[in-house]
Structure formats: structure tokens, C-alpha cells
Write a protein that binds this ligand. Structure first.
Ligand SMILES: *[C@@H]1O[C@H](CO)[C@@H](O)[C@H](O)[C@H]1NC(C)=O
Ligand SMILES: *[C@@H]1O[C@H](CO)[C@@H](O)[C@H](O)[C@H]1NC(C)=O
Ligand SMILES: *[C@@H]1O[C@H](CO)[C@@H](O)[C@H](O)[C@H]1NC(C)=O
Length: 403
């Protein structure tokens, strides 16, 4: 065998043989090209840059090629990009590392990538490029603000695109329950609901408010849309004290609770329908207690006999109107105390009044001490809480602080 080689030395067959022997030696010494690390899967958001790194030892005279496995397209051989894609490039660290760079990844770049060495048989490794897309609300297919009559139904729809397909979660902005009726379990209350559609049926006023649909697919940022649900209904007036007794000369506050949507116009009249306007005698106020309820207050100062009688609080909106009735009557002051003590307790009550005013405007004008509780209704036996101007609060607060 050795003699044969020598005999044909220099000929083309001999060169081939020598190459074959060298190759066998490489194999025997373990010097075949070899991948040092597996090619790693890459997950990247659309628009970002991706890279695959292929590390080949003992490459010898072989070449490294990058191939898109699904289309079998050869992307690059060594550092030379073959495919017609300006976003691709290959870098080589002059040793054993070959990197395929994909700039500004697009959805169509997704797929299996192969790093291949042209041995026989060829050696290769593959990895997957996943291109993800953060969620985005499809506004054309998503509900806008809605108005439904109370007792009606509302279908809230929220669509989002992205990859993987986003999940839609519904929540109420105020943290309230979403009430789902007509499901398999009948009526259920949940803090959040999953799915593109929320069917609200037999809607009540408590379901009014902002609903948030939140689309998320694990690719930041998540997005949300706020959908206002307005529930319309006829105004409702409730009167906590329909009979209010007070001694003449005192101030008294009349109150009505109103629920209405859309927002109502609220006003007070005397029994004969004469509308009450703010002046030295009367002061009116409204305090919001929720999105659709308001507390109406009417302060009548230093009541006289012509102030006694009927009062109406009236609430009107586009759906209808409602009224509440209050009757103001006179009560005799109980046997009066000696003058000096009276003055002192009156001052104490002034202070209490100021304190209670400072504690918040929602305080009711009803009896406030055990001593006062003998009076009926919302009348105050001593000067009732005044609608003290803010500057007065400040002065009084400063006086308190100074003491
Ligand atoms: C790479 O991604 C492919 C396709 O998604 C998957 O089958 C394979 O298990 C992944 N390999 C690794 C190491 O995560
Ligand atoms: C919502 O109601 C519609 C009919 O109005 C119905 O087709 C749909 O299945 C309902 N969806 C859910 C989630 O209950
Ligand atoms: C009450 O609510 C209405 C509308 O919701 C708002 O315009 C108004 O400013 C609120 N008033 C107070 C005192 O909060």
C-alpha cells in the first residue's frame, strides 16, 4: 500500500489520497469542526435587533453558512450575505464565533435558523427566532362610551392585536364589581373578567362608571382602554326628615337626597311652587355623594312664622322629574336656663359648630348633643352650622392653633 502511494506520488490521484489521509488523521485526532455551544432560541419584539451566535471549533478549511430552515434560503456564507436583505449581516470574531445579526426584526423573519458547516455529512444546528408584538387596541372594533337606560343591556367589546394574541381583562376603574347575569351560574359578581366581550344585562345605576379593558400578552407594555358606561334613569328623591321642628329665631337646614342620571337640575320651592333663590334668608348647597347622587341642602336662617310650612326639593333631568316634601313647624323652646349659663353654652356651641364644620361638609345639621336631642327633626336649638366662608375657617383655625 505504501509503495503504491510512492509510485504515483505527484499525480492527481495521489494528492486526493493524501487529502483523504490528512482528513482521516483530523478525525482520529478529533479535529473535525465542532459546535462548542448549541444555537440558542431568540425571542424578540418586532423592530428590535436579533442575533444568533454559532461557535465552531476546528473549522479548518470548511465554511460556515447561515440558512433559513423553513425556506431553505441560504442567507450567508462566511461573512458574505447572499440573500437580498439589507437588514442581515454576519460578523466573525476572527477566531471561532460567527454571529448572524438581524436588524429591525420583522414578523416575517420569524422561523428556524440554521448554522451549517459544509463537512460531509454536513454539520448543523438550528434555533428558532420568535418575533413578538406588544398588544395594541383595535379602536375601530372596540366600544366607545355608552349610554343605556336602567334595566337595559350593554355589550362592551374590546379587541386587541399583537403576538402572541393578547388576553383581554376587564376591571372597573373604581374597583367595583362587574355583575354578570345570565351566565351558567346565574348572577355573579367579579372584580375582573376575561374575554373580548362583556355582556351587561338588566343594568342598574350602581354599574355606572368607567370600565377598563386591559390587553396583555406578556410583551410590555400592556395597553388599556377606558369605556364610560352611563346608565340613565328617572330622578329619585329621598327625604330623611319630612317633619322638621324648630324654635323661631333659629337656623334650620332641610335636606333631600337625589339620585339622577343624566345629571339633574335640582332646586327648592315653597309649598305654593314659588322658587327659592339664595339670599339673606336662604342658602342652598349640593354635595356629590357618588357619580349619580347628590345631597341637596337648604339653610333657612332665623326662621319666622312665615317660614313655617311646606318646602319641596325638586330634581329634573331629561328622563323626568321627582320631588320631595318637607314640612317645617315651630317648636317651643323648653324652659330657658339662667342667662349667664345660656350665654356660656351658646359660646361652647359656637365652638362645637366650628369644629364640626371643620370636620367636613357632609355632617348633618341634626341634633348634636344629648341635651339637644329633645328637639324633633333637623332643627338646631342654638345657631345652626353656618356656611362659614373659608377665610373664617382659616382665622378660627389659626386662633385654635395659637391657643
Ligand atoms: C427552541 O424553539 C423550538 C420551537 O419553538 C422548540 O421546539 C425548542 O424546544 C426550543 N429549544 C430550546 C432550547 O428552548
Ligand atoms: C353576549 O350576548 C350576545 C347576544 O347579545 C351573545 O351572542 C354572546 O354570546 C354573549 N356573550 C357572552 C360572553 O355572554
Ligand atoms: C359634582 O359632580 C359634578 C359632575 O359629576 C361636578 O361637575 C362637580 O364639580 C361636582 N361637585 C363637587 C362639589 O364635587
Amino acid at each position: 500500500m505504501a509503495g503504491g502511494v510512492r509510485a504515483t506520488c505527484g499525480g492527481p490521484l495521489a494528492r486526493l489520497l493524501i487529502l483523504a489521509v490528512l482528513h482521516v488523521n483530523f478525525v482520529a485526532l478529533g479535529l473535525e469542526p465542532d459546535f462548542l455551544f448549541p444555537l440558542e432560541n431568540v425571542t424578540i419584539a418586532q423592530g428590535r435587533d436579533a442575533m444568533f451566535t454559532c461557535v465552531v471549533n476546528n473549522l479548518g478549511g470548511y465554511r460556515v453558512a447561515w440558512i433559513k430552515a423553513d425556506t431553505k434560503a441560504i442567507l450567508a456564507i462566511h461573512e458574505h450575505v447572499i440573500t437580498n436583505n439589507a437588514r442581515l449581516s454576519v460578523t466573525h470574531n476572527d477566531y471561532n464565533t460567527w454571529t448572524l445579526n438581524i436588524r429591525g426584526v420583522k414578523r416575517e423573519d420569524r422561523g428556524q435558523y440554521m448554522c451549517q458547516v459544509n463537512t460531509d455529512p454536513m454539520k448543523m444546528q438550528t434555533a428558532f427566532l420568535e418575533v413578538v408584538i406588544p398588544p395594541d387596541i383595535v379602536y375601530e372594533e372596540t366600544s366607545g362610551d355608552m349610554m343605556v337606560p336602567e334595566g337595559g343591556s350593554a355589550k362592551l367589546v374590546c379587541k386587541a392585536r399583537g403576538f402572541p394574541p393578547p388576553k383581554i381583562l376587564w376591571r372597573r376603574e373604581d374597583g367595583g364589581d362587574i355583575i354578570s347575569r345570565g351566565g351558567p351560574q346565574g348572577k355573579t359578581k367579579v372584580l375582573s373578567l376575561e374575554g373580548e366581550v362583556v355582556n351587561l344585562t338588566k343594568v342598574t345605576r350602581s354599574e355606572m362608571g368607567a370600565y377598563l379593558c386591559i390587553a396583555a400578552n406578556g410583551v410590555p407594555p400592556s395597553v388599556s382602554k377606558r369605556i364610560m358606561l352611563h346608565v340613565h334613569f328617572h330622578p329619585l328623591v329621598q327625604v330623611p326628615n319630612q317633619l322638621v321642628g324648630a324654635p323661631t329665631g333659629t337656623d334650620v337646614t332641610l335636606q333631600c337626597h337625589v339620585e339622577a342620571s343624566p345629571k339633574a337640575i335640582n332646586y327648592w320651592t315653597r309649598e305654593n311652587g314659588e322658587m327659592i333663590i339664595s339670599n339673606d334668608k336662604y342658602q342652598m348647597g349640593e354635595i356629590n355623594s357618588s357619580a349619580y347622587s347628590v345631597q341637596m341642602r337648604l339653610l333657612v336662617r332665623s326662621i319666622q312664622s312665615n317660614d313655617l310650612g311646606g318646602y319641596k326639593c325638586i330634581s329634573k333631568n331629561s328622563i323626568g322629574d321627582a320631588e320631595g316634601n318637607i314640612r317645617l313647624y315651630e317648636v317651643e323652646l323648653p324652659n330657658r336656663k339662667p342667662k349667664v349659663e345660656d350665654e356660656r353654652s351658646s359660646i361652647l356651641n359656637e365652638i362645637n359648630d366650628v369644629r364640626s364644620s371643620l370636620q367636613g361638609p357632609l355632617r348633618e345639621g341634626g341634633p348634636r348633643t344629648a341635651e339637644d336631642a329633645g328637639f324633633l327633626g333637623g332643627a338646631a336649638p342654638h345657631p345652626a352650622p353656618r356656611f362659614t366662608p373659608p377665610s373664617m375657617f382659616l382665622i378660627i383655625a389659626l386662633l385654635h392653633a395659637a391657643c
